[in-house]
Design a protein around this ligand. Structure first.
Ligand SMILES: [Mg+2]
Length: 103
């Protein structure tokens, strides 16, 4: 995933788009915009579900990952390590994390 993040960031830079490399100061404002673009991709995936369009659903999920991995690449986040650390925490949480619903 880290190699893919690097490739996506390089591709994004080649295309002339900007992604901040920190969340401080003005970069924080820009990062809020980038995160909202991730949300738009998830919303597009939700819309694909509403239309029963599996091909478009897969495309929009890919878009969301591309945007997230670009942020990881731009910031130098080792997403493989971050996911491993978080899953180690998640594995020790109680069934349904103590919640009443299954989602
Ligand atoms: Mg999209």
């Amino acid at each position: 995933m880290n190699e893919l993040a690097k490739q996506i960031t390089e591709w994004r830079e080649e295309k002339g788009f900007y992604t901040p490399s920190s969340i401080n100061g003005p970069d924080g404002d820009a990062m809020l915009g980038k995160l909202m673009l991730v949300v738009t991709e998830v919303a597009e995936a939700a819309e694909a579900v509403r239309h029963g369009d599996l091909d478009n659903f897969k495309e929009e999920i890919a878009d969301a990952f591309i945007r997230l991995l670009d942020i990881c690449g731009a910031m130098g986040i080792d997403i493989e390590e971050e996911i491993a650390q978080k899953m180690a925490v998640n594995k020790n949480r109680p069934q349904r994390h103590g919640k009443k619903t299954s989602l």
